[in-house]
Design a protein around this ligand. Structure first.
Ligand SMILES: C[S@@+](CC[C@H](N)C(=O)[O-])C[C@H]1O[C@@H](n2cnc3c(N)ncnc32)[C@H](O)[C@@H]1O
Length: 516
């Protein structure tokens, strides 16, 4: 059969070493990618760093090709900037790429002035770009108050210079004179912005003096694009939307998931001894404040833990005991849930259509010393010979549940993207159900706050597929966190939940069972 032969072809995302393929695993069936033996090798970001694929899908990646990997920009070398300016210049370039449609994560990966930075300069540039995007609505509002009329489109760079001046004065600990003088220097750095240096000087000074008082009075709504505000208000009510917008003002904490059997108290103590504010959460996650270099944490090289938001760790738990079962993790990269399921003893087929992102699954499996079969394929074309005992589908979505980690999302996503994704999600759900053995369990999840991608999808899936029924989530499966279960019995988290303890990513998960 045509479809089958496509799935049968040897799948070869490049291994971390760059060596293609590897011996087929004896347990692998049609479409199952050979698993590689992974023993070591650090992955600086951890699996959850790229939660949600916010890049446009580009079709299947040809084996051995690198068409999904971000590349550094090819800008010609320029003369060195004065001390203190390089990091601001890098932040400016990062913002420029985000305005062009890149995700913040991709912009960080492909902006050469940022790549060239090291240590605290690098951390500062990253924080400056992130905080500027996180509070962009408020920052633009304050800048707008000092402009007679909006700057012309061709002066977009001047606006960004003002934005980073404001972010430094309002949100970071930069002394006002440094925020002002470096912004004027940045304006003077290019012919097209030089003429605006007096304006930059005047506005940056005013913001440094009066901006903090203005910022304090601005409602949380100012940082939320109106289409998102309206949709969250419909879904969570007037208080709910306010709480979510408030939560988005702060970055997310760092959550670590552990292999089963690890002594969490001993790990917590190790992190605390190393100077981190680590605590054990009810679900078994260890949480601490964000740090700039995760690879410096105790145990990083041992692979006993990986980065994964508490909410992101819940959907895989809903598959129950997967030990020895044939489990499909569909849309798996960069692999947070594959690691969880493999650590629980599942025979995991980890499928994603992006070869470049599958490489990150390889790296993460290697670091954690876990195994899975990797398949580089579009979910909708996947037709294995043997069906699954359990399926997890973590579908591509708007990722509005991860705005605290990816503050570019509100500015680069719109309702049109959501409608197209919702259509794809419905098709993926139906296809996943067709791959499930009778009597077995399927979990659909998205890291989205949008009902259209969560609650509405679950309801529609039940209507379209009379062969399945909902299996409500039980509190004891998710560390007793009853409030995370909605009236239908599905999992619904928002950043406003557990707010005194650092909040949660926004996630939706529904569990279904094949009735036959
Ligand atoms: C939300 S992310 C998955 C995160 C992952 N489950 C984890 O826990 O680390 C969505 C993934 O879907 C993949 N994807 C998007 N469209 C796909 C398709 N048609 N078939 C297979 N994978 C797809 C993207 O490449 C991306 O890696």
């Amino acid at each position: 059969m045509n479809e089958k032969s496509k799935n049968d072809r040897p799948a070869r995302p490049r291994a971390a070493s760059g060596r293609p393929g590897g011996p087929r695993d004896r347990g692998a069936k049609n479409g199952d990618r050979p698993q590689r033996s992974h023993r070591s090798g650090p992955d600086r970001g951890g699996p959850d760093r790229a939660k949600g694929d916010r890049r446009p899908d580009r079709g299947p990646v040809k084996p051995g090709r690198d068409n999904d990997r971000p590349k550094s920009d090819e800008a010609p070398a320029r003369k060195p900037l004065p001390a203190g300016l390089e990091s601001r210049y890098a932040a400016l370039e990062i913002l420029d790429r985000v305005h062009e449609g890149a995700t913040l994560e991709d912009a960080l990966a492909r902006t050469r002035p940022f790549e060239n930075l090291e240590g605290s300069d690098r951390g500062f540039a990253r924080a400056l770009a992130s905080e500027t995007l996180r509070r962009r609505g408020a920052i633009d509002h304050i800048i707008g108050g000092y402009l007679d009329r909006p700057l012309p489109k061709k002066s977009a760079r001047v606006m960004d210079i003002l934005r980073i001046a404001a972010a430094q004065s309002l949100l970071m600990d930069t002394p006002p004179h440094a925020a002002v003088s470096t912004s004027v220097d940045l304006a003077n750095d290019r012919a097209e912005t030089k003429g605006y240096s007096s304006l930059v000087n005047a506005i940056a000074r005013k913001i440094a003096a009066d901006g903090p008082a203005i910022l304090e009075k601005l409602p949380a709504r100012t940082d939320t694009p109106s289409w998102l505000w309206r949709s969250w208000e419909r879904a969570y009510g007037p208080n709910g939307v306010k709480a979510i917008a408030e939560a988005h003002r702060k970055p997310a904490p760092l959550d670590l998931s552990f292999k089963p059997g690890e002594d969490l108290e001993a790990w917590r103590d190790r992190f605390v001894e190393a100077g981190n504010d680590a605590r054990i959460m009810p679900t078994g996650t260890i949480r601490m404040s964000r740090i700039s270099d995760v690879s410096s944490l105790p145990g990083y090289d041992d692979g006993a833990w990986w980065i994964q938001d508490l909410a992101a760790s819940l959907p895989a738990k809903l598959l129950g005991d997967v030990a020895g079962k044939r489990v499909f993790d569909l849309c798996s990269a960069p692999g947070g849930k594959t690691l969880q399921l493999a650590a629980l003893g599942g025979k995991v087929t980890s499928l994603d259509k992006s070869g470049a992102r599958l490489e990150r699954v390889v790296t993460n499996l290697k670091r954690s010393d876990l195994t899975a079969f990797l398949v580089e394929e579009d979910v909708l074309r996947y037709r294995p010979e043997e069906k699954a005992d359990a399926i997890l589908l973590d579908a591509p979505c708007t990722a509005t549940g991860t705005i605290r980690r990816h503050p570019d999302i509100p500015w680069n996503k719109g309702e049109t993207t959501m409608t197209a994704l919702a259509d794809l999600q419905g098709k993926m759900i139906d296809h996943a159900i067709s791959l499930l053995k009778p009597g077995c369990v399927f979990v659909y999840c998205v890291c989205s706050l949008q009902r259209e991608e969560g609650e509405v999808q679950a309801k529609a899936a039940l209507k379209r597929n009379p062969s399945i029924e909902r299996v409500p989530v039980r509190p004891e499966e998710i560390g007793g966190l009853e409030k995370l279960i909605n009236r239908d019995g599905d999992l619904r988290t928002t950043p406003a939940m557990l707010s005194d303890d650092g909040g949660l990513d926004g996630f939706f998960a529904a569990r279904f069972k094949h009735k036959d």
